[in-house]
Design a protein around this ligand. Structure first.
Ligand SMILES: *Cc1c(COP(=O)(O)O)cnc(C)c1O
Length: 398
């Protein structure tokens, strides 16, 4: 099929849930990707903060090949060696004592919400089931997680929503303090909001949330689906502020592009899950667990969080310098390799102009251009991206 025929078939046969760009991407290598017409792009989307090792990293390809020849799926009726080893690796590098594996970020958050409610039932006689969540959050698209997300655009038409969520402004400790009452069981928050606009909280925010949760005897749940796995310059974003949660969710980059989700918890909280309380058919399969383990080990061996910190700083400096130079640039912000450029025009116009010139980026909200490239990128890749971005900004500003 030609590219035009493929795009026509896409519109004909697929559920119409995405406003897709008119590209068919067919091959990738490192931070570069090629479309069906052979055109090359610099990939600063990385499958939306997923392809942390870049495309077709040899260690990931080797793990896939080796595990495919050994064992792909058996179910959680049995012990799964790669799953055990992955859990141990994550526990040894985080605050957590135990891991539960599933297949996506939304599912990881569902597990976190269920565990928080169950823990509250086990520990309090009163009905504590409410979870405080933030404006401009993103936690997923299942009924519970889209309710936690709270974006009216995503909820419209799907009511009734799941009860038990209370929304307060992000980065506002006083609002959380006021919202906590005898029905609250947890506070759930992204350490850095990704979809909501690359919003970075003040330095007192996460430690403040930790303190409020401790004072109220409730749980702190961190959604690190996007901010985790080295993205921000540390393996997990909470490390920047020394504010460890009780429950943390992971997905996106955890297996470098293979579908996986994980919920990690402290022992005292994890104990509320017992045989029968929660499950997933595919969760932690030998196949995906072996891939994730190879990805995480590679991240640690090659110090990709360190690379994200270094190259991210260089990238942010260069983006910040655009502010004086380009009238439609309002602000640059970021931490490690999650960066946002706030513009005074529709962000999608910039993304489209960059795409035509061979740079893939995406939006975060209506007025932020977001960059979440593979963690393996270099300063030279950033220079190449900036050349394209500057030309695209100039074109749109005209
Ligand atoms: C992407 C994302 C999710 C949802 O993950 P899915 O795998 O699409 O279900 C949840 N939380 C955050 C912070 C995310 O960025």
């Amino acid at each position: 099929m030609t590219t035009q025929e493929l795009i026509a078939a896409s519109s004909k046969y697929l559920a119409n849930t995405y406003a897709r760009f008119p590209l068919v991407l067919v091959r990738g290598q490192g931070a570069r990707i090629w479309d069906s017409d052979g055109k090359e792009y610099l990939d600063f989307v990385g499958g939306i903060a997923v392809d942390a090792l870049g495309h077709c990293h040899p260690k990931m390809v080797e793990a896939i090949r080796a595990q495919a020849e050994q064992l792909i799926h058996i179910s959680n009726l049995y012990h799964i060696e790669p799953q055990i080893r992955l859990a141990q690796l994550l526990v040894e590098h985080s605050f957590a004592d135990r891991a539960f594996f599933c297949n996506s970020g939304a599912e990881a958050n569902e597990a976190a919400i269920k565990l928080a409610r169950k823990w509250a039932k086990d520990h309090w006689s009163s009905d504590r089931h409410e979870i405080i969540v933030m404006h401009h959050a993103f936690h997923g698209r299942t009924l519970a997680t889209v309710t936690a997300t709270g974006n009216p655009k995503y909820l419209h038409g799907f009511e009734p929503v799941v009860p038990g969520f209370k929304h307060v402004p992000y980065n506002d400790l006083k609002a959380v303090e006021r919202a906590i009452d005898s029905r609250t069981c947890a506070v759930m928050v992204e350490p850095i909001q990704g979809e909501g606009g690359v919003n970075i909280p003040g330095d007192d925010y996460l430690p403040g949330l930790r303190r409020l949760c401790d004072e109220a005897g409730i749980l702190l749940i961190l959604d690190e689906v996007q901010s985790g796995m080295g993205r921000t310059g540390k393996l997990f974003a909470y490390e920047h502020w020394g504010a460890a949660p009780d429950i943390m969710t992971l997905a996106k980059a955890l297996a470098g592009g293979a579908p996986i989700g994980a919920m990690l918890a402290r022992e005292a909280v994890a104990q509320s899950f017992v045989p029968g309380t929660h499950a997933s058919t595919f969760g932690g399969s030998p196949f995906v667990s072996a891939i994730a383990r190879a990805v995480v080990r590679t991240m640690l061996e090659e110090d990709l969080p360190g690379n994200a910190a270094r190259v991210g700083k260089y990238f942010l400096d260069r983006l910040s310098a655009l502010k004086g130079k380009c009238p439609i640039v309002a602000l640059a912000r970021g931490k490690g390799l999650i960066l946002g450029l706030q513009v005074t025009v529709p962000a999608r116009d910039i993304v489209t102009a960059c795409m035509r010139r061979g740079l893939l980026s995406l939006t975060a909200g209506d007025d932020v251009v977001r960059f979440v490239p593979p963690l393996i990128i270099t300063e030279a890749d950033v220079d190449a991206a900036l050349t394209i971005l500057e030309a695209a900004l100039a074109e749109v500003a005209k």
